[in-house]
Design a protein around this ligand. Structure first.
Ligand code: NAP
Length: 283
């Protein structure tokens, strides 16, 4: 049995689809609200939806019962208790979604949290594979309301190109790691196939929408972005996000890596593919 957490999210949904398509069952999908997931038709036929909340590790017992392999999206709750619950349930192998910032910006608070859960997992006695993806293409969904309303997208560091990754590529790597034992004990930094800036992403979405004129875009200062983000995510998280999206980037973060094609055997998906596949979100 494979349990996919974050199963209604960008990566988990794609992972369930891949595992199901390749007959890698039985499959179980964790969600906090199975009725909502069913109404969204989020899971492929035959996938068992099970409710559980990382914030209440006791609630994970049923979900973890009989599970041998676990796809674990980190930092959604008390990771120490979640890892302990997996170990107690007899899980043999965990594929963990961490972040590339664990190696590019280990001084930042969120990266330290990622490093802490990586250490917990390594010390757990279970076999592990750690995925460290860079910025997700799906972060562009934060612009969907502006694009639908026709108001300008406002973003800082407009021309900093990062090798943004399609969540389906994280899922593809996870599928391989979950089904082939040779990936145990490995840590993989994952990126997309080319750098793309915020301005370039907006252009790609405009093209996917078939717009003849560019979507309105305004570059804003770090301070303006900070004030908006700190109000929602808190000051430390806002500073960290601004550093890793342009304010304090480094060669490690900017590097395009061949890990995705190397592990999956197929080229990494470019941002414009993600934009085409998700165009409905911007209509
Ligand atoms: N975005 C980036 O650029 C980036 C970069 C590197 C790493 N990451 C990591 O990627 C992860 C996000 O992945 P994603 O984009 O695939 O997810 P997502 O689309 O943001 O969806 C979040 C998922 O987590 C589940 N979830 C939320 N709170 C939960 C809780 N308390 N208990 C159990 N499940 C919970 C949700 O399920 P239900 O609502 O159905 O319960 C949903 O499936 C984060 O851990 C983040 O640190 C993101």
């Amino acid at each position: 049995m494979i349990l996919v957490t974050g199963a209604t999210g960008n990566t988990g949904r794609a992972l369930l689809g891949e595992l199901h398509a390749r007959g890698a069952g039985p499959l179980r999908a964790l969600t906090r609200d199975a009725a909502r997931s069913a109404s969204l038709a989020a899971f492929p036929a035959g996938v068992e939806a099970v409710e559980g909340d990382f914030e209440e590790p006791e609630s994970l017992k049923r979900a973890l019962d009989g599970v041998r392999s676990l796809f674990l999206v980190s930092r959604l709750g008390p990771d120490a208790e979640v890892v302990a619950a997996a170990r107690q349930a007899g899980v043999e192998h965990v594929v963990l979604v961490s972040s590339i910032t664990a190696q590019t910006h280990p001084h930042l608070g969120p990266a330290q949290e990622n490093l802490a859960v990586e250490r917990l997992l390594k010390d757990s006695g279970m076999a592990w594979t750690i995925l460290r993806p860079t910025q997700f293409a799906s972060n562009a969904l934060m612009w969907a309301a502006s694009i639908r309303d026709g108001t300008p997208i406002r973003a800082p560091y407009a021309d900093t190109g990062l090798p943004t990754i399609h969540p389906a590529d994280i899922a593809s790597v996870a599928r391989v790691a979950l089904t082939e034992p040779s990936h145990c004990g490995r840590t993989y930094a994952l990126t997309g196939p080319q750098p793309i800036s915020a301005r370039g992403q907006v252009e790609a979405i405009g093209t996917a929408l078939g717009r003849r004129t560019p979507l309105p875009f305004v570059e804003i200062s770090r301070q303006e972005a900070y004030e908006q983000m700190a109000a929602v995510f808190g000051e430390e998280a806002a500073d960290a996000v601004l550093d890793v999206t342009g304010g304090d980037v480094n060669d490690e973060l900017l590097a395009v890596r061949d890990t995705v094609p190397h592990i999956t055997g197929t080229p990494a998906r470019p941002f414009h593919q993600w934009a085409r596949e998700n165009v409905a979100s911007f209509h």
